[in-house]
Design a binder for this molecule. Sequence first.
Ligand SMILES: [Zn+2]
Length: 152
Amino acid sequence: MRCPRCGNDNDKVLESRSNREGTSIRRRRACQSCGHRFTSYERIEEKPIIVIKKDGRHQPFDISKVERGIRQCTEKLSITQNQIDTILRNIEDSIYDAAGTSNTVTSQQVGEETLKQLYPISRVAYVRFASVYRAFDDLDQFIEEIEKLATK
Ligand SMILES: [Zn+2]
């Protein structure tokens, strides 16, 4: 795969992991030219899980978006790649379970599941993610969460 940083098509797969359902495989890759590490996803195309957003729009579930969000929230925190991988696998498994036969989840379910996974790993990442995910959409709920954290 082409390196997103330097554009060279010369990478090595460091690790491959499948989710519990066996419906997707996530690979950590390292560019042999510049050393940049990146992730690729492989999944069965015929049955994508659909995320229903608050405004009613539909979107295919994309774990790489969740990963981007988690990376932003864990920036400069001492969270390992292993921990991020575990979080992503747990989120994916829960979303597949929640989607069931209807094959749909709400964006709220994705957000809540991500928060649930972040909370035991890092309170800072949890609050950061909560602020991104709930900002403007549901400010009252966000303040409520912050207050709940403060009393713990
Ligand atoms: Zn590169």
